[in-house]
Design a protein around this ligand. Structure first.
Ligand SMILES: *Cc1c(COP(=O)(O)O)cnc(C)c1O
Length: 365
C-alpha cells in the first residue's frame, strides 16, 4: 500500500522536537496569540523574505484577511482561475466580491497571464494567481499588468511554501501572499492554520486587527473584524517544521526528478517548470489520455492517487451562476479529464517511487 501523502512519517522523524514544543506550550499557560505565534510569524516572514507575517486559523481565512485588508468587497471583481482548490473562490465570495475566471496555460495549468488584460474591467480590484501544485506563476508579468492598471495582487501560495522565482520566494511578489498550514501542505500543522505575508506594515496591522474583531490593542473594535487566529500549539509545531522545510522541499524535488527521468519518454505529459522557477512539488500532477486505465491499475496495486481537481470551479453547482466567457475555459476543462496526482511527500522511499513508475508504465503501454 503506497499513500498519496503520509503525515506520520514526518512526525516520527522529528518526534522528540515536536513533542517538546507541544509540552512547552501546554506548560506555558498561554494558548492564544502568545510568544510562539509572534516568533513563528517573524521566522516565517524571514524565511520568505517579507517584512511582516500575520497568522490566521486557515489558508482560506488568510485569503479572506488579505481581501478584507485591501477593502475588496461587494461590486468588486477579482481575477483568478477555475483550476484551483474551492477555497480560493470561497474566500472571494466570502467578502462578497465576484471572481472572474481566466483560462490556464496549456504547459503549466496555471493562470495564463496573456489572458489577463482582456479580463480586466473597471470593477477589477485584484489579480489572484494560484501557485498550484507548488509551481510558480510568472509573477513578473502578473505584477506588471497589475501595476499598469493600479490594482492589487494577492498570491494564493497555499500549495507553494518553498517555491521560488529568480531566487525570490512566492508570496513576496504581490501585495499580499497567503499560505495554508493544512496538514497535507508543504509546511503542515497538526490541524488548521494559515498566514499572510506582506511588505506593507499598514496592511499587516490591518490584518492583525481584522483577525481579532477589529481590536487595536484593547477590546474596542475599530473596524468590523472576525475571529481567525493561529493557535500557540500549531505555531510551536510549525516552528520546528519550518527548520526542516528546505530539506523537505529538496526531498520532494528528488522524488519528482526520479519520476521525470523514468517517465520522460512515455505518453504522459509531465510537470513543466518555467525558466528561473523552483517548483516546490506539493503535488506531482501528470496528464494522460488513458486516465481510466491508470486509475484502475493504481487501485489494483493499492497505490493511492489524487485528482486535483476533478471539477473546475465554474462547473460546480455552487458556482455555476458566476458568469464565464461564452466559450468557457477549454484548457481548464480538458485538463480536468486528464490529470492524475502521483504519491508525493518528502519521506516517500525510492523503492516506492519505483513501484509507482512500474505500475504507471505498464498501464499506459
Ligand atoms: C489548501 C488550499 C487553500 C485553503 O487552505 P485551508 O488552510 O485548507 O483553508 C487555498 N488555496 C489552495 C490552492 C489550497 O490548496
Amino acid at each position: 500500500m503506497i499513500k498519496l501523502f503520509d503525515y506520520l512519517r514526518g512526525y516520527l522523524r522529528h518526534r522528540e522536537e515536536i513533542d517538546n514544543a507541544i509540552h512547552c506550550v501546554l506548560e506555558s499557560g498561554q494558548l492564544i496569540l502568545g510568544p510562539e505565534v509572534r516568533a513563528f510569524e517573524q521566522e516565517f516572514a524571514q524565511y520568505v523574505g517579507a517584512s511582516d507575517a500575520v497568522g490566521s486559523a486557515s489558508g482560506t481565512d488568510a485569503l479572506i484577511l488579505a481581501l478584507r485588508a485591501l477593502e475588496i468587497g461587494q461590486s468588486d471583481e477579482v481575477i483568478t482561475v477555475a483550476n484551483t482548490a474551492v477555497a480560493t473562490v470561497a474566500a472571494i465570495r466570502a467578502v462578497g466580491a465576484t471572481p472572474r475566471f481566466v483560462d490556464v496555460s496549456q504547459e503549466t495549468l496555471l493562470m495564463d497571464p496573456a489572458l489577463l488584460e482582456s479580463a480586466i474591467t473597471p470593477r477589477t480590484r485584484c489579480l489572484l494567481p494560484v501557485h498550484l501544485f507548488g509551481n510558480p506563476v510568472p509573477m513578473n508579468v502578473v505584477v506588471g499588468i497589475a501595476e499598469r492598471h493600479g490594482i492589487s495582487v494577492i498570491e494564493d501560495c497555499a500549495q507553494a511554501h518553498g517555491a521560488c522565482l529568480s531566487g525570490r520566494h512566492v508570496g513576496t511578489f504581490g501585495t499580499i501572499g497567503c499560505f495554508s498550514f493544512y496538514p497535507t501542505k508543504n509546511l503542515g500543522a497538526f490541524g488548521d492554520g494559515g498566514i499572510c505575508v506582506t511588505n506593507s506594515r499598514e496592511l499587516a496591522e490591518r490584518m492583525q486587527s481584522l483577525r481579532m474583531y477589529g481590536f487595536q490593542g484593547n477590546a474596542v473594535s475599530h473596524r468590523e473584524g472576525f475571529n481567525s487566529r493561529l493557535d500557540e500549539l500549531q505555531a510551536a509545531i510549525l516552528r520546528v517544521k519550518l527548520r526542516y522545510l528546505d530539506s523537505a522541499i529538496q526531498a520532494r524535488r528528488q522524488v519528482a526528478k526520479r519520476y521525470c527521468e523514468a517517465l520522460q519518454d512515455s505518453e504522459l505529459v509531465l510537470p513543466h517548470e518555467i525558466p528561473s522557477a523552483i517548483h516546490a512539488y506539493h503535488l506531482f500532477v501528470v496528464r494522460t489520455r488513458y486516465r481510466s486505465r491508470v486509475v484502475t491499475s493504481f487501485e489494483k496495486a493499492q497505490i493511492a492517487f489524487g485528482i486535483h481537481y476533478p471539477v473546475p470551479i465554474h462547473l460546480m453547482p455552487a458556482y455555476k451562476h458566476l458568469r464565464c466567457s461564452s466559450d468557457g475555459l477549454p484548457v481548464t476543462e480538458r485538463a480536468a479529464k486528464e490529470i492524475v496526482s502521483l504519491p508525493m511527500f518528502p519521506e516517500l522511499e525510492e523503492a516506492e517511487v519505483d513501484i509507482v513508475i512500474d505500475v504507471l508504465r505498464e498501464s499506459i503501454c
